[in-house]
Design a protein around this ligand. Structure first.
Ligand SMILES: Cc1cc2nc3c(=O)[nH]c(=O)nc-3n(C[C@H](O)[C@H](O)[C@H](O)COP(=O)(O)OP(=O)(O)OC[C@H]3O[C@@H](n4cnc5c(N)ncnc54)[C@H](O)[C@@H]3O)c2cc1C
Length: 333
């Protein structure tokens, strides 16, 4: 085991996320006083274009494992690329982003490399033989502490650490390392966007229809799109829970670590009203939740509240309102 912390570079199609910078801040908070070095590891078919900026601003040396098979992400290829590297380098701590991709690869990568693993941490502290990871569970109602023996891999929540630019930092370097990959059992295809532009119009929309975990599944998203379609300048947003479920793209996440919106009308469908979500929408002119739990915290900031299941309320509402827009010779249901 060496005295090094590795950050797993988080990027989408070569665009390095804010989360990568937060991981650098977290690594620095642990390394300080412990005499640990910090490095970052990326894996792609090329060196991401923003790598130089990342290394320069964070002061972290970045190594990018390069192979054409890493062009489109798959957990299998990613783990096959990174595992031999970590087995050879024997880091003390690996920090990854707790997002859909981090959840996908982290436990399996830890298992392959003999690292202890904790996911979804909001704080991490170094102790003598272990790290202490703190995270919230049960929808943010309970905090728990985990002792994770060294060496370890820990994924951190977005926004858990804030990155501040430091002009006096020694710029880091970028090294590309061509690697071989064994033939994989999965062949990822280029991503297909089925929700073109989702998130792009959120800031300008007059009406935001937001999805939460309570929407339940992609089938019910048609109800929300139907509702949004009733308004001329509308957009679909969502909670992080909805993004994690794949109901809404991460670009349309509203909240502390997502977008801030202030439309004339915010319709919150199946959303509990966590502090992190409310941070991004509380300035909406009118807030209308649809939630079957009358005690959901979102009702505390509501102008009008609908206590009902979305799959019961929305079809009736959508039909009634769209029916009103029809001319008299159109069939009314
Ligand atoms: C550091 C950090 C940053 C975060 N940043 C964000 C952020 O930016 N944005 C964000 O949204 N979250 C963020 N979160 C996550 C946040 O804490 C919550 O976990 C999340 O907002 C909960 O999403 P939700 O309301 O969709 O799900 P839940 O809390 O699970 O709520 C689901 C709700 O749906 C209702 N429901 C269930 N079924 C139905 C139905 N059939 N009809 C109607 N209602 C139904 C339930 O009563 C419940 O109230 C962050 C967390 C952390 C720790």
């Amino acid at each position: 085991m060496t005295n090094s912390i590795f950050i797993m570079l988080d990027h989408e199609e070569g665009t390095i996320s804010a989360h990568s910078y937060e991981l650098a801040a977290a690594a620095r908070s642990i390394a300080e006083g412990e005499g640990l070095s910090i490095m970052a590891l990326g894996a792609w078919n090329d060196v991401p274009p923003e790598s130089g900026k990342f290394a320069r601003e964070t002061g972290v040396d970045l190594i990018v494992l390069v192979n054409p098979g890493l062009r489109h992400y798959s957990a299998e290829a990613y783990i096959n690329a990174c595992a031999p590297f970590f087995i050879e380098r024997r880091p003390l701590l690996v920090l990854g982003a707790h997002n859909a991709r981090g959840c996908d690869f982290a436990p399996a990568l830890a298992l392959r490399t003999g690292l202890a693993c904790a996911t979804g941490a909001e704080e991490i502290f170094a102790e003598k033989d272990a790290f202490r990871a703190v995270r919230t569970i049960w929808h943010g109602k309970v905090r728990e502490e985990l002792t994770v023996v060294k060496p370890a891999l820990v994924t951190l929540m977005p926004g858990a650490y804030s990155y501040e630019k430091n002009g006096n930092i020694r710029p880091g370097s970028v090294t590309a390392m061509a690697i071989d990959l064994p033939p994989g059992k999965t062949s990822p295809m280029p991503p297909i966007s089925t929700r073109t532009g989702e998130g792009a119009g959120l800031s300008e929309a007059e009406v935001v229809v937001a999805a939460g975990r309570g929407v339940g599944g992609t089938d019910n998203m048609a109800l929300l799109r139907g509702l949004a379609g009733l308004f001329p300048r509308s957009a679909i947003g969502g909670t992080r829970g909805a993004c994690d479920m794949g109901l809404v793209s991460y670009g349309a996440q509203v909240g502390m670590t997502g977008r801030t919106v202030s439309p004339r009308l915010y319709i919150a469908c199946g959303i509990s009203g966590s502090a992190q979500h409310i941070a991004g929408m509380k300035n909406s002119r009118h807030i209308v939740p649809v939630n079957h739990d009358p005690d959901a915290p979102i009702f505390r900031i509501a102008d009008i509240g609908i206590v009902d299941k979305i799959e019961r309320f929305l079809p009736i509402f959508n039909e009634k309102v769209s029916g009103q827009g029809k001319t008299s010779d159109e069939p009314q249901k």
